[in-house]
Write a protein that binds this ligand. Structure first.
Ligand code: MTE
Length: 320
């Protein structure tokens, strides 16, 4: 990959302002956490951020300024310039720039496996065929930082009902695009590409689980997983697989990219749990992007009333 110096892509004054802005959001300090998600030593680049400019007049298109816990939305600039997307880079601030030209149209998502009615959808089919709504959710990364994001999207359950899962279907397996030519991270051998994730069928059918097509009232930016990404807000962010091209109903638990990379660190469930630490750091607290200090992490990321029943009787330390 050809390294582009920041001065070649961003005028000096704009670059300085961006650094100041990101610093004010506490993003640059967060760089120390880079690669916490990465179980292998990753080559960190020093490329500065690029990508979207802040929306004029503040954040665009969200119906409220807070989530249901009255926590303020994370600014659009932060949501779209501090990203985990290993297909592009392990440097969160470089993802927006590196993903800027990623082609997301045309795009097809095949939904199949153990279903009565397998189907391939274009993005317009999904936007027009399923009712789109806004969901303001907390996103808690396993690296112990978090954001509050106003997504647009639709219920995964609506899509699954349309393809009619067979009785043997117990899990849903999601696959991201494999595109080595335009995704520089996939040319590195650190992980088994494509990115794969999974949910138990009842988790996938849960009302909180959505496929996101946008955020802040705009189409999903490339760096956030355009054109389609999963959001299951009670789970660590790595479950929210981006750039989905394949959804299969299966009868056994799928192995995700992170489970394969570091099975002792990342399990299948990945429910946010302040009582079960990551082997290398505590999960008891988190840094909300844009805030000073730390806040306590909530069980199931604050969605326990909605989802705890899914895990009744299960040992959550065992099923991490
Ligand atoms: N999906 C793919 N395909 N590749 C990735 O590297 N990173 C995951 C998840 N989905 C990732 C992915 C991780 S670790 C997190 S925390 C979230 O995306 C980050 O989403 P965001 O960049 O929109 O905040």
């Amino acid at each position: 990959m050809v390294k582009v110096r920041s001065s070649e892509i961003t005028p000096e004054h704009a670059y300085r302002n961006r650094r100041l802005f990101l610093k004010s959001l506490g993003l640059l300090a967060g760089s120390a956490l880079l690669s916490a998600c990465a179980p292998v030593t990753s080559a960190l680049t020093t490329a500065p951020s690029g990508g979207d400019t802040p929306a004029p007049g503040g954040d665009p298109g969200a119906s409220a300024q807070t989530d249901e816990l009255r926590d303020p939305l994370t600014p659009y600039e932060a949501v779209t310039n501090y990203n985990n997307y290993y297909e592009f880079s392990t440097n969160k601030e470089a993802v927006a720039r590196l993903a800027a030209e990623f082609p997301t149209a045309p795009w097809a998502v095949t939904v199949g496996g153990l279903v009565r009615n397998p189907k391939t959808y274009g993005v317009d089919d999904l936007l027009e065929g399923f009712s789109q709504e806004e969901r303001i959710y907390r996103l808690r990364c396993v690296e112990a930082w978090s954001m509050v994001i106003p997504w647009q999207g639709f219920r995964l359950a609506d899509l699954l009902r349309e393809v009619e899962p067979l009785a043997e279907a117990k899990y849903v397996r999601f696959e991201s695009i494999l595109a080595r030519d335009v995704m520089p991270g996939q040319r590195q051998g650190w992980y088994e590409w494509p990115y794969v994730e999974g949910l138990r069928l009842d988790e996938a059918m849960h009302d909180l689980t959505i496929l996101a097509t946008g955020l802040y009232g705009k189409p999903l930016p490339n760096q956030n997983g355009a054109p389609l990404r999963l959001v299951a807000p009670w789970k660590y962010g790595f479950k929210s697989i981006k750039a989905i091209v394949k959804i299969d109903l299966v009868d056994s638990q799928p192995a995700s990219l992170w489970m394969l990379a570091a099975p002792h660190e990342y399990g299948f469930y990945a429910n946010v749990n302040p009582e079960v630490n990551h082997p290398r750091w505590s999960q008891a607290s988190e840094r909300r992007i844009g805030e000073l200090g730390r806040r306590e992490t909530l069980p199931f990321n604050g969605y326990a009333d909605e989802v705890a029943a899914l895990y009744a009787g299960m040992d959550l330390a065992e099923n991490y």
